[in-house]
Ligand binder design. Sequence first.
Ligand code: SF4
Length: 333
Amino acid sequence: MVQTEHEPRTALRIILAKPRGFCAGVVRAIEVVERALERAQAPVYVRHEIVHNRHVVERLRKKGAVFVEELSEIPTGALTIFSAHGVARSVQDEARDRELPVIDATCPLVTKVHVQGRRYAKSGRTLVLIGHEGHPEVIGTMGQVDGPIHLVSTVADVAALPLATNTPIAYITQTTLSVDDTRAIIAALAERFSDMVGPDVSEICYATQNRQTAVRELAPHCDLLIVVGARNSSNSNRLREIGVEMGVPSYLVDDGSGVDPAWLTDVKTVGITAGASAPDALVESVIAALGRLRSIEVTQLDGVEENIEFSQPPELRHEEAFPLAAPLAAQRT
Ligand code: SF4
């Protein structure tokens, strides 16, 4: 039963996952846009949402960032930023051909996957990418490797691969996958292919791993799990799925306005986490929304302390290096 204003407000315990929210790659990407806006005259053009969060994008838009999906939408000579998800080589080539000055905010962990993929392909192995079709990171990674690359999202996809079992293969992974699903897919690949190499599943991005582990620890303590994050945020969706797998009703909300009072029926404890692209202010807005419905007590589970930081792209490290010329050739690995 949903409480009305006239009924006594029963206490609601809120437990926050740790870690949650922004990862180092997202912090870096947002800083790239902010610094570029400070140091170049607006507008600054960003190809794709810099990170998958509407609130972040809106805030940057107000400061002068213009978000586009294609380089053709960017005027000649305008400062261009590639999002944290990475881009295909064709996009880099197009930017170079048009002599657009570019700052690449691709997360260094995504770049690491690109480098791995190119190395494996160069060694003559057939490349398999574990990831979700259509996700910008997957499109970018597939476009960073010369030669064919097979995309698998499920164990069933592995069985359907049109490859002989003695094909020498190598796999790489999208950074924001479910760690458990990825482990199962790698096991299926290992079972089917006798000659396989690839990174250990523990090499999936640290932030993805830590947030998923934190939800696994949080879920048994909760009657309800709220994940703060955007619908198109891959890692946020995975967090919600883990809650569901663990038998806890789990919902993904953009912010406090997404909280449905009906969810709280018979609920004594709510767990809250946030995807890697969700700012802390949105978690606060969810807590505030719950506080308007019940009297709340907020605690946080112990978890991993993250202190990873990524340095800024070279164009933004030194004041004198700005404004920049098209730097893409130098960035290629
Ligand atoms: S989730 Fe991982 S790979 Fe993605 S931006 Fe964050 S640190 Fe980088």
